[in-house]
Design a binder for this molecule. Structure first.
Ligand code: HEM
Length: 528
């Protein structure tokens, strides 16, 4: 410490000046010109006005004025980390995705964990879904697996997403509550959208208050497709299983932690990695064919449903290790841009109407959030494989095509011609038949909103069931409108009588409502 004070000088006004001494770099303006004095603005006279001419001051303040970018419209609060994915074996029988071809091969990853509803400055231990977004920098382009820690979602169709998020975030007239489920608008929307009941069971469970990001699962949620080099395809659902185990806190702990350390989860991840205790997850897949999809009780395109692991076991295919913290939070964690659209050869989308909407949303919002269509040049977003295209210009251009040719086809010599198509090695959409009437509609196979909610509830231990009941009572007791509370209980009657009765009692309902009208699965009734 002693040397650090050797290069301090006092200025005329008693201010501290620290001089570059050979060990520390020379401070410059963004234009690279050395700065003489970082404490005083340029004045006309010792006690006179600051001069407009002071370009050093103006540039410093200008840069500061523009430090903030819009926070993510959802998942604003998060924590990033870096590491690798290690592939267990050759999966070429089901997918030609390059990263799954060779046992032991490592692929660099960037992961961002997040809460969903809270603003950037909210607390970590909110009762909320957690984002689990992974960017895998494969040799054939970036693959983003943009998942959550809960395997289902609130809604079935992207059309409802803006309303869901408006209802879940702060109420527009008062600007509070900051987030979360404990308010009228959220429960009003959710109870008028019974497709959310399954996800509500998960969010009222201990899953929504994880002990740490290190102790939670991740799910791709939607059905995707694997495609092999022969062009054969199966459906796939992705799962991250934490090798640390699965742990949650209880609600009282969550409340206390939020007060004592709102950064609890973010700090936990940072501290674990810094101390060499690297968190690990196994990537697992549920792979199933069209025949299974056609006879499964629910629609595999419905993001409010799971495929039970008893029916299609999860096959572990690799392991992810997070062993590096970020070098800079803003440059990496803030500027990372995940997108469900970023897929690679061997992986394809399904027709899940929620996924289809997401594919549009991420790129669109990131143009606004990051301010330039060139955000793929930001190191955290840049592919690690060669990139050659003829796209150019726009704000913040860093890598334009070089040479004379910026169009294709062209007839220039190969060394000047620029990049060419490569169907053999490129991503190709799996050819699936599409037919039907163009209309705004939802499949009737999406209509059963309660059977899997019930299955989830009855799979819980007695203590877990008690936590779910208590969570419903706690959250709903913050709802001012009694009819909204009753509406939720009317849905719970379709899930489990005991659950509905205890929640009704906890809320002090004078009499129980009728059960909500319920459609059952049109395929088969599930076993009790
Ligand atoms: C972030 C849209 C459903 C997981 C976001 C963002 C948007 C968005 C606009 C902010 C992205 C950014 O600023 O970079 C949507 C839409 C959905 C939807 C329109 C439905 C139609 C889902 C679902 C999941 C999910 C079902 C989970 C499977 C995430 C995650 C992030 C995110 C993890 C944070 C990414 C990060 O850490 O940067 N979503 N989302 N979203 N979304 Fe979604």
């Amino acid at each position: 410490m002693a040397e650090r004070f050797t290069f301090i000088n006092q200025g005329k006004g008693g201010e501290t000046h620290q001089r570059a001494d050979g060990d520390t770099p020379v401070m410059t303006t963004p234009q690279g010109a050395p700065v003489a004095d970082n404490q005083n603005s340029l004045k006309g006279g010792t006690r006179g006005p600051t001069l407009l001419e002071d370009h050093v001051l103006r540039e410093k303040i200008f840069k500061f004025d523009h430090e903030r970018i819009p926070e993510r419209v959802v998942h604003a609060r998060g924590m990033g980390a870096k590491g690798y994915f290690e592939n267990y074996g050759d999966l070429s029988d089901i997918t030609c995705a390059d990263l799954f071809q060779r046992a032991g091969e490592q692929t660099e990853v960037f992961v961002r964990f997040s809460t969903v509803a809270g603003n950037k400055g909210s607390a970590d231990l909110a009762r909320d879904v957690r984002g689990f977004a992974t960017k895998l920098y494969t040799r054939e382009g970036n693959w983003d697996l943009v998942g959550n820690n809960i395997p289902v979602f609130f809604i079935q169709d992207a059309m409802k997403f803006p309303d869901l998020v408006h209802a879940a975030k702060q109420e527009p007239d008062r600007g509070f509550p900051q987030a979360q489920t404990a308010h009228d608008n959220f429960w009003d929307f959710a109870t008028l959208s019974p497709e959310s009941v399954h996800m509500l069971m998960w969010t009222m469970s201990d899953r929504a208050i994880p002990r740490s990001f290190r102790f939670m699962e991740g799910f791709g949620v939607h059905s995707f497709r694997f495609v092999n080099s022969r062009g054969e395809s199966k459906f796939v659902k992705f799962h991250w299983k934490p090798l640390q185990g699965l742990q949650s806190v209880v609600w009282n702990e969550a409340l206390k932690i939020n007060g004592a350390d709102p950064d609890f989860h973010r700090r936990d991840l940072w501290d674990a990695i810094q101390s060499g205790d690297y968190p690990e997850w196994e990537l697992g897949v549920q792979v199933f064919d069209d025949e299974f999809a056609d006879q499964f009780e629910f629609d595999i395109l419905d993001a409010t449903k799971i495929i039970p692991e008893e029916q299609v076991p999860v096959r572990p295919i690799g392991k992810m290790v997070l062993n590096r913290v970020v070098d800079n939070f803003f440059a990496e964690t803030e500027q990372v841009a995940f997108c469900t659209q970023n897929i690679v050869r061997g992986i394809d989308h399904s027709n899940d109407p929620l996924l289809q909407g997401r594919n549009f949303s991420y790129l669109d919002t990131q143009l606004k959030r990051l301010g330039s269509p060139n955000f793929t040049n930001i190191p955290v977003n840049a592919p690690r494989c060669p990139v050659h295209h003829l796209l150019q210009d726009g704000h913040m251009t860093m890598k334009n095509p070089t040479g004379r040719v910026n169009y294709e086809p062209n007839s220039w010599e190969p060394e000047a011609a620029g990049p060419r198509e490569s169907p053999e090695t490129a991503f190709q959409s799996h050819p699936t038949p599409v037919e039907g009437v163009k209309e705004r509609v939802r499949s009737e196979l999406f209509a059963d909103h309660y059977s899997q909610a019930r299955q989830f509830y009855i799979s819980q231990t007695d203590i877990e069931k008690r936590h779910i009941k208590n969570a419903f009572v706690f959250e709903l007791s913050k709802v001012e409108r009694l009819d909204i509370r009753e509406r939720m209980v009317s849905h719970l009657l379709n899930v489990d009588d005991d659950l509905a009765r205890d929640v009704g009692k906890g809320l002090g309902l004078k009499e129980m409502p009728e059960a909500a009208e319920a459609a059952m699965t049109p395929r088969t009734d599930l076993p009790e």
